[in-house]
Design a protein around this ligand. Structure first.
Ligand SMILES: [Cu+2]
Length: 379
């Protein structure tokens, strides 16, 4: 039965491959439908502090409750946008953040604050749908091989994709037939447009694998939050943000097929690092190479892979450790690019009834959460 469902999914995606224009690609979702004013849940500091744990310190019961909450969020309508489930609304925001008209969450200074708010709201949503205030997002310390084994197992977020099933994930809670990708990338980014989760670990030939302790330490030692030109070409020896985000050998960015993409310096073959390297390690190389051909974690819709949240919890943890060492510093103070200045409103939360700027998320203790290996949140 499982096999039959999977075959259907593969056949459907193969049938969808014939050429379509960019406009047709984007016709799957309205371009910029207004997001309705937010739900009656608040994201103020809760009475009970949230402590985010390493995946290696979770009990099986905690893992089970997190998985159940994720599945429930996937089945609950979004309070902001009637086109989506609550889970899929997050995937859509992440995809839209890459579009040329929004262009706020990646390759720029707001990368860290934008994702801090993004995963905080996701964590809040899990707690709301499950009526379980003990749920917090665990983090994935990629330098610990034991963490990887915990995450990618049938007992938690499902294993690697299957070579004999087009790298579809075929077992565990997020297997094909049970976990369906509704919001997908446009075909220009994702020629396969599969409706199942795909992973092919460590398969990009020129990438270097999961981050090392030395790479993490080198990023953490940089005292400047970010430096001009505040993009993917910011010097990784002096820009903490760009070092941690993981761009290497880029000259800038440009709008291609409606999405902002980095531009490589000619002849540069430096592998991605840290944040970017982890996305590429999980998703891997799957589809036709010339079109990009990435697995789920490689795409603008990467939150379709539930490992996304654990990966970004670790990015957020490293940023908060950096803040403990170097202070709550952010740059630039002002920017003509939307969402990038210290006090700029970030998309899309203003449309959801929330004013969120980089400054408003600099202090995780004020937001009401902490990491188990960091300073405790103020009560
Ligand atoms: Cu992202």
């Amino acid at each position: 039965m499982k096999r039959a469902l999977l075959t259907l999914a593969v056949a459907a995606s193969a049938a969808a491959v014939p050429a379509a224009s960019f406009a047709a690609d984007h016709a799957d979702m309205p371009a910029m439908a207004p997001i309705r004013t937010g739900p009656s849940i608040t994201y103020d500091a809760p009475a009970v502090n949230r402590v985010r744990q390493s995946v290696t310190s979770l009990t099986q019961d905690q893992k089970d409750r997190l998985v159940q909450a994720i599945l429930l969020l996937k089945a609950t309508p979004s309070p902001w946008d009637s086109r989506f489930s609550w889970y899929d609304n997050f995937v859509w925001w992440h995809r839209k953040a890459f579009s040329c008209e929004v262009d706020q969450a990646h390759m720029r200074p707001a990368f860290l604050p934008w994702h801090r708010q993004f995963i905080f709201m996701f964590e809040s949503a899990l707690r709301v749908v499950s009526h379980d205030d003990t749920i917090t997002l665990p983090y994935w310390d990629w330098t610990d091989p034991a963490a990887r084994k915990v995450i990618f197992s049938n007992a938690f977020l499902s294993p690697n994709g299957s070579a004999s099933h087009h790298w579809a994930v075929v077992s565990g809670p997020f297997r094909a037939g049970r976990w369906h990708l509704n919001v997908r990338d446009p075909k220009a980014n994702d020629p396969l447009r599969t409706t199942y989760l795909s992973r092919r670990f460590a398969s990009w030939p020129k990438e270097s694998g999961l981050p090392t302790v030395a790479q993490v330490n080198a990023a953490m030692a940089i005292p400047n939050y970010d430096v001009a030109p505040y993009g993917p070409s910011s010097n990784v020896k002096t820009s903490f943000r760009n070092n941690l985000e993981g761009w290497r050998g880029m000259s800038g960015m440009k709008c291609t097929n409606g999405f902002m993409v980095p531009v490589k310096i000619k002849g540069n073959t430096q592998p991605s690092r840290l944040h970017n390297a982890v996305h590429l390690w999980v998703g891997g190389a799957i589809g036709p190479k010339k079109a990009g051909g990435g697995g789920t974690m490689d795409l603008s819709t990467s939150p379709n892979d539930p490992a996304f949240w654990l990966h970004h919890a670790n990015i957020d943890r490293l940023w908060s450790k950096w803040e403990t060492t170097h202070g709550e510093r952010y740059a630039p103070l002002h920017s003509s690019i939307p969402g990038q200045g210290l006090n700029s409103a970030m998309w899309p939360w203003r449309g959801s009834g929330l004013f969120v700027s980089p400054k408003s998320v600099l202090n995780i203790s004020a937001m009401g959460y902490a990491y188990e290996d960091g300073p405790a949140a103020k009560g």
